[in-house]
Design a protein around this ligand. Structure first.
Ligand code: SF4
Length: 331
């Protein structure tokens, strides 16, 4: 991993208008992604973690413009891809691919695996038929599928094998960045580790950079270099995985980690049970997004949004417990 940035995300927002009434007027917005910024280094695996509905998948899709961002910049190798035309973006997607959670629904059931892997090459005009066949066979080799598998259809494979096909398809155009959206969540635990090991091998072989989206902190621990924790469309903490697991600072991260099962039966940890539900992103709190559930909530938290500020070397946390910004404002 190098410290050179492959991706810089600045002030990214994705708002969905809520239209109501006879004239279908916009009455408000669902703030699915609410002003987030982060960087991803070349060769890094950057995790985006949070509960269902926190905006992590919308973020992943917005980065590739599979969903158009409402606002913000996405700098890929220094170029703001939000400014590219549809045609320019189509070409740029060769370098930025996605692996979906459910490989079955993302693979066309009417096509053989050969056709599924060849299609991106044909669409982008890569090589002639003979060269494309050679590329597809090489892809099958690197993800551990046999030549015989290439003539089969997606329904003839197990979940783990289907995810290998999804990864092979993402690799076909030799991308620099792969957004992996919950790539192992639908798989059995034993198969999860096989797919994660495969992704790590491929990263070493091809110098890939990953954005790894997951709701499960124990999964990201094995693969990610740094992790951003999201809550209600915002990033509440970013740090390397060691700091995240040993010295989590944001109360939400602490609660998430307390729920991760501990493999050593001699180690006992106290589970932090959060009260209440995650608020609707259409009606998010004015101040800290976590203020309706936080066991440490102060008055300032309900009124002032805490900035994502440095709370340690390479450790950013959005919480008034650390910044003290609220104390100054309310003194
Ligand atoms: Fe809790 Fe306040 Fe920190 Fe939000 S800012 S996490 S409500 S202490």
């Amino acid at each position: 991993m190098t410290t050179e940035h492959l991706l810089e995300v600045k002030g990214l927002k994705k708002y969905y208008p809520i239209n109501k009434g006879f004239f279908n007027k916009t009455q408000g917005y669902v703030r699915a992604v609410d002003d987030i910024s982060f960087t991803v280094g070349k060769g890094e695996t950057f995790g985006l973690v949070g509960e269902s509905g926190c905006g992590k998948s919308t973020t992943g899709r917005s980065l590739l413009r599979l969903i158009e961002p409402t606002e913000g910049q996405v700098l890929f190798e220094g170029q703001d891809i939000t400014k590219l035309s549809q045609e320019e973006m189509r070409r740029k997607r060769r370098e930025m691919q996605i692996v979906f959670q459910d490989p079955f629904s993302s693979l066309d059931p009417r096509n053989t695996v050969f056709r599924i892997l060849e299609e991106p090459l044909a669409v982008h005009g890569v090589g002639d038929a003979k060269e494309r066949r050679a590329t597809v066979e090489r892809l099958a080799d690197v993800v551990g599928l046999s030549r015989a598998h290439l003539q089969r259809y997606p329904h003839q494979f197990s979940g783990g094998q289907r995810q290998r096909i999804g990864i092979a398809r993402a690799l076909s155009l030799q991308p620099k960045l792969i957004v992996a959206d919950e790539p192992v969540s639908a798989l059995d635990v034993s198969i999860q580790s096989q797919v994660i090991n495969l992704m790590q091998d491929l990263q070493r072989e091809f110098g890939l950079t990953y954005i790894f989206i997951a709701h499960d902190l124990s999964v990201v621990k094995h693969i990610c270099d740094r992790v951003a924790v999201m809550y209600l469309g915002r990033i509440v903490e970013v740090t390397n995985k060691h700091s995240l697991y040993t010295t989590p600072q944001h109360p939400y991260t602490q609660a998430l980690l307390s729920a991760v099962p501990e493999p050593d039966p001699d180690i006992r940890k106290e589970r932090i049970i959060l009260q209440g539900e995650v608020p609707s992103p259409a009606n998010a709190p004015v101040g800290c997004a976590f203020s309706t559930r936080c066991p440490h909530v102060m008055d300032v938290c309900r009124n002032v949004r805490p900035p994502l500020a440095e709370t340690g070397p390479g450790h950013l946390t959005a919480c008034h417990l650390y910044t003290g910004a609220g104390k100054e404002l309310f003194a």
